[in-house]
Ligand binder design. Structure first.
Ligand code: FDA
Length: 318
């Protein structure tokens, strides 16, 4: 983990900085690098191009930490329209890969999880509405992982809905101490787990702080998932876990139809294409919408070199 990461994530919480940065248009290069655009039309164009290149997609309608019921309802409505539009896309054949190439990713805090009264129950009900629509459209759904205070509630929602929607995926973050045990518990038949390192600022009581410790934890969790009976989703741009997944798959005899690689839109595009050309299932996580601030600051914190682009965009604006 880069040493500036906690600082950047802390600074990003300043309302003044947020006001200054959100003044940058979505068309600025740094925003466009990571975000497909503000509208569903922008998103559909990007998704079509990715699908045509032999990759699959998981689409995130940006937004988080909703404290307003109407906004949560509006997010559900946008996801229903998004699923409609994604279902209408051509799905190019991917030899040897039978899973749906189109997925949506959802943050429960955007569906009302943080509402002061009955938040988790409201988010669960909203997710059920989205999953019902997705099931009709042959679109998968995966629930994103947010900061550690939400982990238990989020996994409880996923468990509650898995009976009805066995394909419902969850994200686990390798930087959390609890995750190896969560992986053991959630590596059962059909269980779809997206394993990532984790992108939030977390205290040492709950999360590994050093990059090497996080990667080691990732590798332990990966082995549990790859040896389990579920469907692992290897979400990382780091060559170490990517090579480890390849080795484990070969040793265990897990074919490309039984796990997938996932990367974020705008990061290591050539590596995404290389993995797909080698016959692997590769899914790109593509965000869109006007609420890009939180997402973008997490991408900046992962790699200080991105900050230089961002600062240039700021200077260009003034
Ligand atoms: P690491 O950060 O070590 O990066 C490895 C290499 O990848 C870098 O050396 C660089 O080349 C490249 N790279 C990584 N980040 C970059 C960036 N921002 N810009 C440019 N290059 C970069 N997190 C979370 O907390 N909850 C979630 O739900 C998700 N969901 C999710 C879905 C998917 C599909 C992915 C790929 C990732 C997430 N994440 C996430 C983010 C994840 O936790 C993590 O912060 C990032 O993936 C970066 O970690 P890496 O494993 O890529 O390794």
């Amino acid at each position: 983990m880069n040493p500036l990461r906690p600082l950047i994530l802390a600074a990003a919480e300043s309302p003044r900085l947020k006001r200054a940065l959100t003044g940058i248009p979505v068309t600025a290069d740094i925003v466009r690098r990571f975000v497909a655009g503000e509208t569903r039309i922008d998103l559909i164009g990007v998704a079509r191009t990715l699908l045509a290149s032999g990759r699959m997609v998981s689409v995130d309608f940006l937004g988080e930490n909703t404290t307003d019921r109407n906004q949560a309802d509006a997010t559900v409505a946008e996801y229903l329209a998004l699923i409609n539009d994604l279902a209408a896309l051509d799905r190019p054949a991917l030899p040897g890969i039978a899973v749906p190439p189109v997925e949506v990713s959802v943050k429960l805090s955007a569906l009302g999880q943080a509402l002061p009264v009955d938040g988790p129950a409201i988010a669960t009900e909203n997710l059920r509405i989205i999953c019902t629509k997705a099931a009709q459209a042959d679109v998968w759904v995966t629930v994103d992982a947010e900061d550690h205070t939400t982990t238990a509630a989020t996994l409880a929602t996923v468990r509650a809905l898995r009976g009805e929607f066995p394909w419902l995926g969850a994200v686990l973050q390798a930087y959390l101490h609890r995750t190896e045990s969560d992986c053991r518990e959630m590596a059962g038949p059909g269980s779809r787990i997206r394993l990532c390192k984790g992108a939030y600022r977390e205290p040492p009581e709950v999360a590994f702080q050093r990059a090497g410790e996080v990667t080691d934890s990732y590798l332990r969790c990966l082995e549990v998932l790859m040896r389990g009976e579920g469907y692992p989703m290897v979400a990382s741009h780091d060559p170490v876990p990517i090579v480890a997944a390849e080795d484990l798959a070969a040793r265990i005899g897990r074919g490309p139809d039984r796990f997938e690689y996932q990367m974020l839109y705008g990061i290591r595009d050539a590596e995404q294409l290389r993995l797909a050309a080698a016959g692997n299932a590769v899914r790109v996580y593509v965000p869109y919408g006007s609420q890009w601030y939180g997402y973008l600051t997490r991408r900046l914190a992962e790699r200080p070199a991105n900050l230089a682009f961002f600062l240039r965009a700021l200077v260009g604006k003034s």
